[in-house]
Design a protein around this ligand. Structure first.
Ligand SMILES: NC(=O)c1ccc[n+]([C@@H]2O[C@H](COP(=O)([O-])OP(=O)(O)OC[C@H]3O[C@@H](n4cnc5c(N)ncnc54)[C@H](OP(=O)(O)O)[C@@H]3O)[C@@H](O)[C@H]2O)c1
Length: 300
């Protein structure tokens, strides 16, 4: 997809990955960026940054879980600024907890925002894209949509579901010249992961790196856009050496046990971090740029 001169709507654009995607799209020459999230003040700041780049920006301060509000906002939006050519469904929430301690309200929020919110907006925009016979929809899943992580069962479940949703829509909407694809970031340094300290040993990407990968991915045809060598490695392991992935997950994720004592937790963390660091150094050494391009070339 050529993005120059297009109108793009990005959800979750007030901060993190969504904000970075909005800024990157502006730098790459889209005509207008529509920023959706709940926090009006933060959206206004992002809009100012985008306008400083000479690109028009519109803010839409709505809660994606409020279907009626979203419906009205999209109708007004289309009337005033349509047609929209690119929709990036990036808004999301994540909670980390052992399954046995999980709390229903948090699970409901993950499902409401990550799945139902995405569904509501996508259905409103896709119908309009169908009538213009043009459009691209990017659904932001996660590496956890391929490799489920202990302590994030319901978040992983929503991200797996996003991949299924994307796959089905991709086939259904192709006849209307609408491309539907998924972006799978790995650990990225944003508000979402600030409290997930035990995953920190995986080198976090920056939101800008994720946004740049999306821009490159938009020019290609791949249905799933992976971000970073760690994603390629994890998916390669899942396919060809699942035992290795199992082992890495065991050492890399926090214990799901609710009976650990503070002293046990500290020693477990120390052990995990030292093993994980060793593994990561090995990975960095092994996965030189050459190796990554080899894998990319194989995939394409
Ligand atoms: N960070 C990672 O490591 C990582 C890795 C893989 C995938 N992802 C995915 O990438 C996407 C962005 O994550 P992030 O790391 O950038 O998270 P973040 O910094 O926490 O940002 C989340 C965004 O979603 C918006 N949002 C949350 N609830 C909303 C609601 N009910 N209605 C409208 N907007 C809502 C937030 O805006 P307001 O609070 O202003 O509403 C914010 O803009 C998510 O889908 C996430 O699952 C993240």
């Amino acid at each position: 997809m050529k993005i120059q001169g297009k109108v793009a709507l990005i959800t979750g654009a007030s901060r993190g990955i969504g904000r970075a995607i909005a800024l990157e799209l502006a730098q790459q020459g889209v005509k207008r960026v529509i920023l959706l999230a709940r926090d009006r003040q933060k959206l206004t700041q992002v809009a100012q940054e985008i306008e400083a780049l000479g690109v028009k920006a519109t803010i839409l301060a709505v809660d994606l879980t409020q279907g009626v509000e979203v419906n009205i906002a999209v109708a007004q939006l289309w009337r005033n600024y349509g047609p929209i050519h690119l929709l990036v469904n990036c808004a999301g929430v994540a909670y980390q907890n052992s399954f046995l301690r999980s709390k229903l309200p948090q699970v409901q929020e993950e499902i409401s925002v990550n799945l139902l919110g995405m569904y509501t907006l996508t259905s409103l925009i896709a119908r309009r894209m169908v009538s213009q016979r043009e459009g691209t929809i990017i659904n932001v899943s996660s590496l956890m949509g391929k490799v489920a992580a202990p302590t994030m069962a319901t978040y992983s479940a929503t991200k797996f579901a996003i991949l299924g949703f994307t796959q089905a829509l991709r086939r259904e909407l192709a006849e209307y010249n609408i491309q539907v694809r998924a972006l799978l970031p790995t650990l990225t340094d944003t508000d979402m992961v600030r409290d997930l300290k035990l995953f920190r040993w995986v080198t976090p990407m920056t939101p800008q790196q994720v946004a740049q990968t999306l821009i490159t991915g938009l020019e290609k045809d791949s249905p799933e856009i992976l971000v970073g060598w760690q994603s390629y490695l994890a998916i390669w392991c899942q396919r060809f050496a699942p035992w290795l992935l199992e082992w890495v997950l065991n050492i890399a994720t926090p214990s799901a046990s609710s009976r650990q004592q503070p002293g046990d937790i500290l020693s477990t963390i120390t052990q995990k971090l030292s093993l994980a660091t060793k593994f990561q150094r090995l990975g960095d050494l092994f996965w030189s740029n050459q190796m990554v391009s080899l894998v990319s070339a194989r995939k394409s």
